[in-house]
Design a protein around this ligand. Sequence first.
Ligand SMILES: [Zn+2]
Length: 242
Amino acid sequence: MQPEWIEKLLKLQDIDLRIIKLRRQIEAVPEEKKQAEKELRENEENLEKAKQAVADNEKAIKKVESDIESLKAKERDFAAKSTMIKDNQEYRAALHQIEECKNKVSSLEDKELELMESLETARAQLEKEKKEYDAAAKRTRQMVDDLDLRARNCQERIAKFESEREAYRQAVPADKLNRYDRILQSPPGRAGRPPLVPVGRNNMCGGCRMNVPAQARIDAANGALSTCPNCGVMLYYDENAH
Ligand SMILES: [Zn+2]
């Protein structure tokens, strides 16, 4: 038969450890949101790159087209002038210029074809990135909503547990409660680990698994305040404990 304060303190401990776990889940929410949003930003960057590639390609095509236009104008100009040239050598020079313009136009037209092909590829890539971004944005919104919901659920459960704590606290003598509170709040490591652990017939502490003096077990069995000299946790006697 367990002393009543031990029973109550074990129940309080169960509630407190649950609250600690729930608080940790809430604390993890902002980091998880950040992670989800970071992934979306990567998709956004890829989308921007794809848009830029299309724009660069279109710009390059316009430039080639305008170069072709000015070469053709130049060519027409030479052709018009050549009809008025009387000198043979000058005439040949003009024909040479016309030929050169034609060659340049032809190579620019080849280049334009290549650019148009790569524009097709860039546009296909942009479509793909748009779809991926939309899917990622949807996923991220869902994740953020889920995380918000999780935080709200945890908060509600914490509130429920908080309202149950007081009744148990009032059933535990002040000296034991103070010791328990101190251990529960003392950093590091203790947060999340039980401040009150069992000790059994073989004197092993349920917290650190080290041997405690027999007197500590006897005190615990008598319902007195007993602590493990190794790890500082409170001990209660449980004959089934190892
Ligand atoms: Zn211990």
